[in-house]
Design a protein around this ligand. Structure first.
Ligand SMILES: *Cc1c(COP(=O)(O)O)cnc(C)c1O
Length: 370
């Protein structure tokens, strides 16, 4: 039958009437940019994450960039981050002229190894940018303590972790500011691109908002150069309909993950490790094969069986050509490098059925046995 990596159509069918009403209202009102829908969504997101402010913008990449800019991070500064993430995490650092400094990850959670952060701090370090990878929070108390001891600011890349918790608090409320993406495949996705910044810092929120609006707080008056990073009313309306369902969808992902944990125990793959300090929202259910050859054999067989999969991530960021071509010495990050070509996703979306999961498990086991 085949199982997709992600089934977004099922989500639409369940909310069709409400979502279609948003579409026709927006078309009828002809108010496409900003306006009350965007403001309402910002309030909803801030309340959901437990922050004072939320600032909507065009996408998660911009959310990260706007935060870096608002923090005044610039050329000569260093920002400590993880090599095992989507490329946007380091782009925001590069685009304000700063230098990403990579620390290795933990096996199992694939999150930044907080115990390695202190050794990476130099006189130029300004910030730490952890990523709650695959929907699991980094150990933020430990990280924030290091940052505080060294006078550094911490920013969460929470693009994969909306709804994830850490000691009872939500991702997005665990550091100075956080970036979320509403790309369609994220746990809360819109019908195009979208993003939001969450923070308790009023000045940061105002600065990011101004930057996102051409450096202007009053229309046609500009006291700095900004950019254009807006969320459409349509996207905001869609997200407002979907957000009340997010916890239920995340619970469905967690239930599906628990089924894989049991069904795949002992088959020879490293299964995701979940820390006890919070709830992971399984943006992706990632398994690690014993070698790149085995990973490629299994993913090929899954493809032939019509089961969706992909490598996350095929190549650690410090090994990407954009860094290697400079000729600078590469950091040695063995845990992250050990994931190259070996970590891949199994379908784990809200509403996946037991029969679909059985099919995935059978395809994986069958491939491993040959
Ligand atoms: C998706 C993602 C981003 C970027 O979000 P966009 O909305 O696609 O710009 C940044 N960081 C991580 C970890 C992501 O998964």
């Amino acid at each position: 039958m085949g199982v997709p990596l992600l089934d977004l159509k099922a989500q639409y069918v369940g909310l069709k009437d409400e979502l279609d009403a948003v579409w026709s209202d927006v078309m009828g009102s002809a108010g496409f940019i900003g306006g009350p829908r965007v403001k309402a969504l910002e309030e909803q997101v801030a309340a959901y994450c437990g922050t004072k402010y939320a600032v909507a913008c065009a996408n998660g990449t911009d959310a990260l960039f706007l935060i870096m800019h608002a923090l005044g991070i610039h050329a000569g500064d260093e920002v400590i981050t993880t090599p095992f993430t989507f490329f946007a995490t380091v782009e925001c650092i590069a685009h304000v002229g700063a230098t990403p400094v990579f620390v290795d990850i933990e096996p199992g959670t694939y999150n930044m190894d907080v115990t390695k952060v202190e050794a990476a701090i130099t006189a130029n370090t300004k910030a730490i940018l952890p990523v709650h990878i695959f929907g699991q929070c980094v150990d933020m108390d430990a990280l924030n303590a290091i940052a505080e001891a060294h006078g550094l600011v911490v920013v969460e890349d929470a693009c994969q972790a909306i709804g994830a918790t850490y000691k009872g608090r939500r991702a997005g409320s665990l550091a100075r500011a956080a970036a979320f993406s509403f790309f369609p495949s994220k746990n809360l996705g819109c019908a195009g691109d979208g993003g939001v910044i969450t923070t308790d810092d009023e000045a940061l929120a105002a600065s990011a908002r101004k930057m996102a609006s051409h450096g202007s707080s009053k229309k046609y008056y500009h006291d700095t150069f900004g950019t254009n990073s807006r969320l459409d009313s349509l996207q905001a309306g869609i997200l407002s309909v979907k957000l009340p369902h997010l916890d239920e969808w995340n619970a469905s992902r967690r239930a599906a993950a628990a089924i894989y944990d049991e069904a795949l125990a002992g088959v020879g793959l490293d299964l995701p490790v979940e820390r006890t300090y919070g709830e992971m929202v399984y943006h992706l259910y990632i398994v690690k094969a014993a070698s790149a050859e085995i990973a490629s054999k299994v993913t090929r067989a899954m493809g032939e069986a019509g089961v969706g999969t992909a490598l996350y991530y095929p190549l650690s960021l410090h090994e990407q050509e954009v860094f290697t071509k400079t000729g600078d010495a590469l950091p040695s990050l063995p845990v992250s490098e050990s994931c190259d070509g070996r970590t891949f996703a199994l379908p784990c979306f809200p509403g996946i059925t037991r029969a679909q999961q059985d099919e995935v498990v059978a395809a994986v086991k069958e491939a491993l046995a040959h």
